[in-house]
Design a protein around this ligand. Structure first.
Ligand SMILES: *[C@@H]1O[C@H](CO)[C@@H](O)[C@H](O)[C@H]1NC(C)=O
Ligand SMILES: *[C@@H]1O[C@H](CO)[C@@H](O)[C@H](O)[C@H]1NC(C)=O
Length: 186
């Protein structure tokens, strides 16, 4: 009787232990699997959100670009130049002018097209002043004022232009109106 009871007891114990083991495996499986599944779903949701954000951003950039181009075209139409020439109404030698322009996101003027030259001249005409222009473009220029470049003593290694659009050799230490060139379209 006592042995029987022990057998039944141990049988029940085995059964309970088996159930417990199965339950543990199931729980373990669930624990292992579900965070991964939840993780993948979260990543997918996040990707969808990002994709949507990107699409919205793309639309905004396109719109912004179109508005920008319209303003650019209108401005170019008015000045006849795609490049913008502006002054901060200060004077400086070449080095100062160069540094100022670069810091402002522009550079020393180097007008090439006729419209660009006219646009620069307009700025100089309003101020009745001269400004430095890039030297390397001037070498073969037909725009030298008569008798220029007058650099016999080698001290005038810079080039300036005035409201007439004529080029003159200039001392780089001369203080001239700071005019910078800005390009919008590469
Ligand atoms: C203009 O300034 C920049 C930055 O300081 C410099 O790298 C560049 O050589 C200068 N250009 C000239 C022509 O001096
Ligand atoms: C422009 O400047 C020049 C010399 O820098 C001067 O002789 C001339 O009178 C000025 N013209 C005007 C309209 O101010």
């Amino acid at each position: 009787m006592a042995r029987h009871a022990l057998l039944i007891f141990s049988g029940q114990t085995h059964c309970k232990m088996f159930q417990f083991l199965m339950l543990s495996v199931l729980l373990l499986g669930t624990c292992l699997a579900s965070p991964q599944l939840a993780g993948i779903k979260e990543i997918n949701d996040e990707l969808s959100r990002l994709r949507e954000d990107m699409n919205n951003l793309n639309k905004k950039i396109t719109k912004f670009g179109e508005s920008f181009y319209t303003v650019h075209k209108a401005r170019s139409f008015a000045t006849g130049s795609e490049k913008l020439y502006t002054t901060n109404d200060q004077e400086g030698n070449f080095e100062e002018a160069n540094a100022t322009c670069i810091q402002a996101g522009g550079h020393i003027p180097s007008p090439k097209k006729e419209g660009e030259k006219k646009a620069l001249q307009k700025v100089l005409e309003r101020r009745n002043q001269s400004t430095f222009i890039e030297n390397q473009d001037s070498a073969n220029s037909a725009n030298w004022a008569p008798g220029e470049p007058k650099n016999a003593d080698g001290t005038k290694n810079c080039v300036k232009t005035n409201k007439d659009g004529k080029l003159h050799a200039a001392c780089c230490e001369e203080k001239l109106l700071i005019v910078c060139e800005f390009s919008f379209v590469p």
